[in-house]
Structures are given as structure tokens and as C-alpha cells.
Design a binder for this molecule. Structure first.
Ligand SMILES: [Ca+2]
Length: 184
């Protein structure tokens, strides 16, 4: 299953005070049944427990350009992977990352060389994300978790075959528009 540009948040909180509430607080459940899921440019934030959870999936799951913020565990890939899961260009901010050995994770925010701070993002205000979607289903215009000018994540990604701007892909769910070329 290919999943692109999906946003999941406040899962696992009983916001409606439902007495039969049984949510387990996981944003993306990637397991239970095996499937070589491909997760691209998704956001997951403020869930009760886990953002992206591999949950014993033994297929090779691919995660490119996702952003997880403020889940107690942002990424939980804690099962052995007979077919290695592949993670590139993902961001974790304010939440734990659990990666078991044999998981192929490189060039993500937790792989060294980056310090993720508040200043990497234009906005952490998610109030605009619950607004109406655009007619074609796109996100409302808002700067939530988009990279701030000067962020180390801009042009710091590896090419995974997806469109990008500037000299290289950015990390995370949103690609920063490249500066216009100077006219000589
Ligand atoms: Ca770029």
C-alpha cells in the first residue's frame, strides 16, 4: 500500500469522553498483516503513544520524507526485520526513536549530523491543520512543521527518486521551494 501525504494526530486521546474508548494511541500501524507499505510525506503528531509503529511487519516497509513530532515515541521499529525496513530523509522532533538492528535507516534526523530544534520549523501551531481541505484534497495552506529558512534539513536529504527542489531533497514532509535563479 502506498500512503502519501496523510496526517494523523491526537489518536489515542479520548477527546469525546466515550466510555467505550479503546484507542491504543498509535498513529500509523504498519503491521499486524504483512505488506510492503510505502509511506511518503506523512505527518504524525501529538498521538498518545506512537507515531509510526512497525508492529511485527516482516515485509520491507519503506518510509521516505515523513515528519513525526511530539508523540512519546515518534518511530517504533523494534521488531527484527527479515526483509529490512528502509527509512530515509525522515524527521523526528521531541519524541523517542526505537530502531532495532537490521533496520536500514540512514540520513534521517536521528542518524547523526543534525540537531533538531524548534528553530528548524516555521510553525508548531497545528490549529490550521484541521481547517477545510482544498478541493483536490490537499492540505490547507499553513506553515505547520514546514522547514524554516536556514534549517540544516534543507537540501540535506538523499535522492530517493522523488521530485525535489534546489540542489538536493530536504528532510521531512515538506520540500522547501528553491530560491529563484538569478538573472544575469
Ligand atoms: Ca531541497
Amino acid at each position: 500500500m502506498l500512503t502519501k501525504s496523510i496526517n494523523l494526530y491526537v489518536i489515542g486521546f479520548n477527546i469525546w469522553k466515550d466510555p467505550d474508548f479503546e484507542g491504543n494511541g498509535v498513529g500509523f500501524k504498519l503491521g499486524e498483516k504483512d505488506g510492503p507499505h510505502v509511506i511518503i510525506r506523512c505527518l504524525v503528531w501529538k498521538n498518545a503513544r506512537t507515531g509510526f509503529n512497525i508492529e511485527e511487519n516482516t515485509s520491507s516497509v519503506t518510509m521516505y520524507h515523513n515528519t513525526a513530532w511530539k508523540n512519546p515515541r515518534n518511530y517504533k521499529f523494534d521488531d527484527p526485520a527479515p526483509n529490512p525496513h528502509v527509512l530515509r530523509n525522515n524527521i523526528s522532533f521531541q519524541g523517542k526513536v526505537a530502531m532495532m538492528e537490521k533496520i536500514d535507516h540512514k540520513n534521517n534526523s536521528w542518524n547523526g549530523g543534525f540537531e533538531v530544534t524548534r528553530d528548524d520549523f516555521i510553525s508548531l501551531d497545528d490549529s490550521g491543520m484541521s481547517g477545510p481541505r482544498k478541493p483536490e484534497g490537499g492540505l490547507p495552506d499553513c506553515d505547520f512543521l514546514k522547514l524554516a529558512p536556514g534549517s540544516d534539513f534543507i537540501n540535506a536529504g538523499v535522492d530517493v527518486g522523488l521530485a525535489f527542489q534546489g540542489r538536493a531533497p530536504d528532510l521531512g514532509a515538506f520540500e522547501t521551494a528553491a530560491a529563484p535563479q538569478k538573472q544575469f
